[in-house]
Design a binder for this molecule. Structure first.
Ligand code: MG
Length: 249
């Protein structure tokens, strides 16, 4: 299957979906605090999406039961909000997708609950920097592998590892379109990037080893060695000059 090129009109709708995702994430990080149940974040997300005339990309996707993913500490991605109570020092990854006028936006970030330790802080900084490095390579005429390699280099030079089993992806009318975008790879390899391509770049970075395991609920992905994990994601468009971040806060 080919990578779908979007028209300027389609990108305009994705910009709106992306803005809804960004504003929803902003509301969530303003509300997050020790003592909160992760289910409360799901309620806020549902309310914010509805208020903006959007619906969740995730609820019901392959049977996923919530509006957003909430992954705590050694949980990598796909955490299901529920009765878990957030504690001071936890790190929480929030991943949210919105559908607006038939188009999708998808973004994630990781934040500390109250004060967090230096190792957790360094992991968050490395993961966010890895995403920025990937975005900077997302240019007309570059190769997909340039993005993957930049993400990997940034994360690994901070002494962290990138998750291999889960990847970024094309996005548009569908949440997951071609291509898959690994967070590791070789520069100069893979498909040629063109203006109008839209991608969700999403490094998942572990403080320990890269291996993961699946939790008992068959959704939540955890680090195999119990180390902390962080996740940052933006939906972007390849444009004429600078890459456009459609989900910027
Ligand atoms: Mg995604």
């Amino acid at each position: 299957m080919a990578i779908i090129i979007k028209s300027p009109q389609e990108i305009a709708l994705m910009r709106q979906a992306g803005r809804i995702v960004a504003l929803t994430l902003k509301s969530l990080i303003e509300e997050i605090r020790p003592g909160m149940k992760t289910r409360e974040l799901d309620i806020i997300a549902a309310h914010e999406l509805a208020r903006q005339g959007a619906s969740s990309s995730f609820k019901g996707y392959r049977g996923f039961p919530a509006n957003l993913c909430v992954s705590v500490n050694d949980e990598v991605v796909h955490g299901i909000p529920g009765d878990r109570v957030l504690r001071e020092g936890d790190i929480v990854s929030l991943d949210i997708g919105a559908i607006f006028e038939g188009f999708q936006g998808d973004a994630a970030l990781s934040v500390g609950v109250g004060e967090i330790g230096p190792r957790a802080k360094a992991l968050l900084a490395a993961t966010e920097a890895a995403l920025s490095a990937g975005i900077a390579r997302a240019r007309d005429g570059a190769r997909l592998g340039d993005i993957s390699a930049a993400i990997q280099l940034e994360a690994e030079s901070a002494g962290c590892s990138v998750v291999r089993e889960y990847t970024g992806h094309g996005i548009g009318r569908n949440l997951h379109e071609e291509p898959q975008i690994p967070n590791f790879g070789q520069p100069g390899q893979g498909p040629l990037l063109q203006r109008g391509m839209t991608f969700a770049l999403e490094p998942m970075v572990n403080a320990g080893g890269w291996r993961t395991k699946l939790g008992d609920n068959k959704w939540t992905v955890l680090t195999a060695d119990g180390s902390l994990s962080a996740h940052f994601e933006h939906t972007i468009a390849i444009a004429d000059s600078e890459p456009e971040v459609l989900t910027s806060l």
